[in-house]
Ligand binder design. Sequence first.
Ligand SMILES: Nc1nc2c(c(=O)[nH]1)N=C([C@H](O)[C@H](O)COP(=O)(O)OP(=O)(O)OP(=O)(O)O)CN2
Ligand SMILES: [Zn+2]
Length: 153
Amino acid sequence: MPRYAIITRLFPFEACHHLPGHQGKCRRPHGHSYQLEVSLRGPIKETQGLSDEGMVLDFAELKALVNRTILEQLDPRVPRGPEAGMIEQGGMDHNDLNVLTGIRTTAENLVHWIWEALVAGGVPEEFLYRIRLWETEKGYVEITQAERGQEGR
Ligand SMILES: Nc1nc2c(c(=O)[nH]1)N=C([C@H](O)[C@H](O)COP(=O)(O)OP(=O)(O)OP(=O)(O)O)CN2
Ligand SMILES: [Zn+2]
């Protein structure tokens, strides 16, 4: 019987967003120091002599996957979308999650967007265990297979 484990790596990033129509302060553009936590659950590899013997997935591989599929698009030095020109004209110098994702950027919606981006980027969905996104130091949203409607698949 294979032994299983859950591995988690943290990915801090800076970005701005706003929530149109929000009754509080969040309707205006503002920045957050987000902290993304990506957790995978899988069998511990047992093949002797391989670099990843005793691992579910090398943290370096997980880092490369998340960088490629999510964080490289969020790099504030890489403006995206039609608003990119604003930066040269003295506009926002953070990535704007509203522009990048095209969704209403609540933390709830963002964790589902991140889940889907990771799967589209090649992370096997059955290995995705939890996506947790800290929007502030005090508040986070997380989803697991259950919230994706995939428990027991
Ligand atoms: N369920 C959710 N509620 C809120 C979200 C969200 O994504 N999901 N987002 C916001 C805003 O983006 C806001 O920037 C963060 O809210 P809040 O915790 O109120 O921010 P502060 O840390 O600045 O709170 P203080 O109490 O003023 O320190 C709002 N709600
Ligand atoms: Zn916010």
